[in-house]
Ligand binder design. Structure first.
Ligand SMILES: [Mn+2]
Length: 314
């Protein structure tokens, strides 16, 4: 699809700010990195914004991540958000025009300009299609960034959503000079000692419910401190909890410092976890979604969510 209006708006801008969502993941930072390079190719003044201060060490290999700032540039006249499934994910209130590139099913087209494709496996795939449809050249830096988001959101091509479109994109990006080796090292294989140890503890404590079709993982602040772990360190265990043959849905509840709970859900069956996350004001995709609870009662919250999962199985 050609996006003439959006291209013209970009060309008219004087200072563009690219936005990664709060607690940015690989797809969000990679997408923003690719758009940052695109803006430089257009000789635009460009800023890279993320409301969160702590950026995962492993993602610092991505082009332009060193330019990240958590203060919003006052004189920017156009913003481009990447991989933000909801407006609240931007972490900032905007008074300027916004272009929203995303692939979350929960995205409600919150911007003036929206390029949202829920059939895309990653936001970098939405961008890849956008660049190609509008004959925007993809250089080596852009190719590396687009590839990074592709392998992370496709779980290294293991996701059930991996199809010929994913492999075609990977092949083309490699042809364009994507540094796939660095992506493998930093996106796929990088694990800190804290993350390994936390994963071990989480797996030991994992509980199974409803004939072992639901697995539940808990992480409280005490555990986080014991292993010196970060929020993103919890993800490996959640993904792998789904590998158990009987498990259809995996739930992770992680206590935040402000005594709220961050919930993450994964599904490999018919349960649409996006629907469950939306009940709590969150969202995502049918097979991966997240939400926040305004309490830190792990037991009660677990029972409440298990009930919802059981109901949606029927
Ligand atoms: Mn994504």
């Amino acid at each position: 699809m050609k996006n003439q209006e959006i291209i013209e708006r970009i060309h008219a801008a004087k200072h563009v700010v690219v936005i990664s969502h709060v607690n940015p993941d690989t797809d969000s930072l990679s997408s923003a990195s690719a758009v940052y390079t695109y803006m430089l190719k257009l000789h635009k003044k460009v800023s890279f914004f993320c409301a969160s201060k702590n950026i995962d060490e492993k993602l610092k290999f991505l082009p332009w991540v060193e330019k990240l700032k958590n203060s919003f540039p006052r004189d920017a006249d156009l913003a481009i958000s990447l991989d933000c499934g909801a407006y609240s994910r931007l972490g900032v209130e905007l008074e300027i025009d916004l272009i929203n590139f995303d692939h979350h099913q929960s995205n409600d087209n919150f911007a003036k300009y929206n390029v949202v494709d829920a059939s895309a496996i990653s936001t970098t795939q939405v961008l890849f299609d956008f660049f190609k449809a509008n004959e925007i050249g993809i250089n080596q830096k852009m190719a590396t960034a687009l590839y990074a988001g592709l392998i992370d959101d496709s779980s290294n091509f293991l996701s059930h959503k991996t199809d010929h479109r994913v492999f075609d994109m990977a092949r083309e990006l490699c042809q364009l000079g994507a540094d796939s080796a660095s992506c493998s090292i930093f996106v796929s294989k990088y694990m800190s000692l804290s993350a390994y140890r936390l994963k071990g503890a989480m797996m030991l404590d994992m509980r199974l419910y409803d004939d072992a079709t639901i697995s539940v993982l808990h992480v409280d602040q005490k555990m986080m401190q014991k292993y010196g772990a970060k929020a993103s360190d919890c993800e490996a265990a959640l993904e792998e909890a789904l590998h158990l043959p009987t498990v259809q849905v995996a739930l992770l509840l992680r206590e935040n410092k402000n005594l709220t709970l961050k919930g993450s859900l994964r599904s490999k069956g018919s349960v649409d976890v996006n629907v469950i996350a939306q009940i709590f004001g969150g969202g995502g995709h049918p097979h991966a979604a997240g939400f926040t609870l305004e309490n830190n009662d792990l037991e009660e919250s677990t029972q409440q969510i298990i009930k919802l999962i059981k109901e949606s199985k029927q």
